[in-house]
Design a protein around this ligand. Structure first.
Ligand code: FAD
Length: 400
C-alpha cells in the first residue's frame, strides 16, 4: 500500500546551541524541517566568553534571518583597523572610515542570546543539560543519540554543531584529525568607564614588545580588549584556568609594561575576571559526513580568531546546509553538495587566519625589529579590496 499523504517534516537533531546550532535550526525550520536543539550546558550563560567580530559576510546571514539590526544595536561598528608597534609607530590601516562597516564587534553572550531567543520565539525545541554521549548511525535516514545524564532521541538527521572539541565528530569520524594548537593563547576582558576617548569605529591592534594587544573603546567608555601570547606546550582551557587569576593579572601587566600608554592603563584598570583560552584550529577533515550525520561550524573547520571569521563561517554553513537539504531530498547528496560548496572557502580562511597569527609570534627584540619593519609592506598589499573574497560573500536563500 502506498502512502500518498503529506510527508511528515524530517526531524533534525542538532547537538550544540552556540552560533551554528540555532542559526541552522532557524533556516531548517524555514525550509519545512522539524529541528530540535540539544545543549550540554545546564542553562544559558550569557556572560561566558569574550567578544567576537561579526564580519560583513556573517552580517549578511543574520540579515537573512532578520537579526542584523539587533547585532548593530548591541555591537560596535568596526570601520578601520589601525596597526601600531609597541612604541606607537603606525604600521598601517585597514578599511576606510566612511561607508559600510567591515563588521560589528559584539559580546559573544549577546550573539548567543539573540540567536537562541529567536529560535525560542519560533517554537524550536531547545533542551539544556543534554551532553551528547553516544551516536548510533543506523541508515542514511535514521540516527539515534543518547545523553550523559540519560535519555535518548532519534531523528532523520544529526548535525554536530558542538564546537571545536566536537563529540559528534569524535564518535562518527574516529580517525579524524584532532584540533592543532597554534602556539598562541588568547586572553582579554572588558573595562567599563575607562575614560578613554571613543574610538569612532577604529579597533587598534598593537604589535607589542612581548605580546600582541587589541582594543576598542565604545561611546560609553567601555573598553573591549584582548591579547595574544606565545605559549609553549599544548595547554587545554582547563590547564590555563587552573592558573590563579591574580597570576594572570600580574603576568599581563608585565607583558605590556613597556608598550604605549593606553595598554598598561587598560590592563592595570582591569578588576574582573580575565578570560584565557588556548588557540586551536582544525584545518581539514577528510570526511565531512557519514550516512545521516553531518557537521558544521567549529566542529568541522575551526579557525583561529586572527581573521575574525569563525562565527561568520558558522553562520554561512548554517544557511548553505539548510539550502542543500531543502533542495535535494536525498540527504547524502545534500551533504555532498554542501561539502562541494564549502570546502575550498573554509579551508582557505583557516589557512589565512593562521598566517596572520604567525606575525604575532615575535618574542625577541630582533624578531620584533624585523616584524615592525616588514609589517607596513604587508599591510600596504592588504588594501581594502584585498579581503573582498572573504567579506563580500553573500548567500541568497531564494536561489536554488
Ligand atoms: C578567544 C576566541 C576569540 C574568538 N574571536 C572571534 C572573532 O573575533 N570572530 C569570529 O568570527 N570568531 C571568533 N572566534 C571563534 C568563534 O567563537 C567560533 O568560531 C564560533 O563560536 C563557532 O560557533 P559554533 O556554533 O560552531 O561553536 P560554539 O560557539 O563553540 O558552540 C558549540 C556549542 O556546543 C555545545 N556542546 C559542546 N559539546 C557538547 C556536547 N557533547 N553535547 C551537547 N552540546 C555540546 C557547547 O556548550 C556550545 O554551546 C573566537 C574564538 C575564541 C576561542
Amino acid at each position: 500500500m502506498t502512502n500518498n499523504g503529506p510527508r511528515r517534516p524530517r526531524k533534525v537533531l542538532i547537538v550544540g546551541c552556540g552560533i551554528a546550532g540555532p542559526a541552522l535550526a532557524l533556516f531548517l525550520k524555514r525550509a519545512g524541517f522539524a529541528p530540535v536543539l540539544f545543549e550540554a550546558d545546564e542553562q544559558a550563560d550569557d556572560y561566558a566568553g569574550l567578544f567576537l567580530n561579526l564580519a560583513r559576510n556573517g552580517m549578511y546571514v543574520l540579515q537573512e534571518l532578520g537579526l542584523d539590526e539587533e547585532v548593530r544595536r548591541e555591537g560596535y561598528a568596526m570601520h578601520t583597523m589601525k596597526m601600531v608597534s609597541g612604541k606607537g609607530k603606525l604600521l598601517g590601516v585597514i578599511g576606510a572610515s566612511g561607508g559600510e562597516p567591515q563588521g560589528y564587534t559584539v559580546k559573544r553572550g549577546a550573539l548567543h542570546q539573540i540567536l537562541r531567543e529567536e529560535a525560542r520565539r519560533q517554537g524550536i525545541p531547545l533542551e539544556y543539560g543534554k551532553k551528547l554521549k553516544a551516536v548510533e548511525v543506523n541508515t542514511a535516514e535514521r540516527v539515534e543519540i543518547s545523553f550523559e545524564n540519560g535519555g535518548t532521541a532519534s531523528g532523520d538527521l544529526l548535525i554536530g554543531c558542538d564546537g571545536i572539541h566536537s563529540r559528534v565528530r569524535r564518535i562518527v569520524f574516529p580517525g579524524a584529525p584532532e584540533p592543532a594548537y597554534t602556539g598562541l593563547i588568547s586572553f582579554g576582558g572588558f573595562l567599563p568607564d575607562s575614560r578613554l576617548p571613543y574610538d569612532q569605529g577604529t579597533q587598534t591592534m598593537v604589535f607589542g614588545k612581548r605580546a600582541f594587544f587589541g582594543y576598542l573603546t565604545r561611546q560609553d567608555g567601555e573598553v573591549y580588549w584582548f591579547g595574544n601570547l606565545d605559549y609553549r606546550g599544548s595547554p587545554t582551557r582547563q590547564d590555563l584556568q587552573r592558573i590563579p587569576q591574580a597570576e594572570w593579572h600580574r603576568t599581563i601587566r608585565e607583558l605590556y609594561a613597556d608598550d604605549i600608554a593606553p595598554l598598561s592603563g587598560i590592563v592595570h584598570g582591569m578588576e574582573g575576571e580575565i578570560g584565557v583560552y588556548p588557540i586551536y584550529d582544525l584545518p581539514s577533515l577528510p570526511e565531512w559526513h557519514k550516512k545521516s550525520v553531518g557537521l558544521i561550524g567549529d566542529a568541522l573547520h575551526a579557525t583561529s580568531p586572527n581573521a575574525g571569521q569563525g562565527a561568520s563561517l558558522a553562520l554561512e554553513d548554517a544557511i548553505v546546509l539548510a539550502k542543500c537539504l531543502r533542495d535535494l531530498p536525498d540527504q547524502e547528496q545534500a551533504f555532498a553538495l554542501f561539502q562541494q560548496q564549502r570546502r575550498d572557502r573554509v579551508e582557505q580562511i583557516v589557512r589565512y587566519s593562521r598566517s596572520i597569527g604567525r606575525r604575532k609570534h615575535a618574542t625577541n627584540p630582533v624578531q620584533v625589529f624585523f616584524r615592525d619593519l616588514m609589517m607596513p609592506l604587508f599591510l600596504r598589499r592588504a588594501d581594502k579590496d584585498a579581503h573582498r573574497w572573504m567579506y563580500e560573500y553573500r548567500i541568497d536563500w531564494e536561489e536554488s
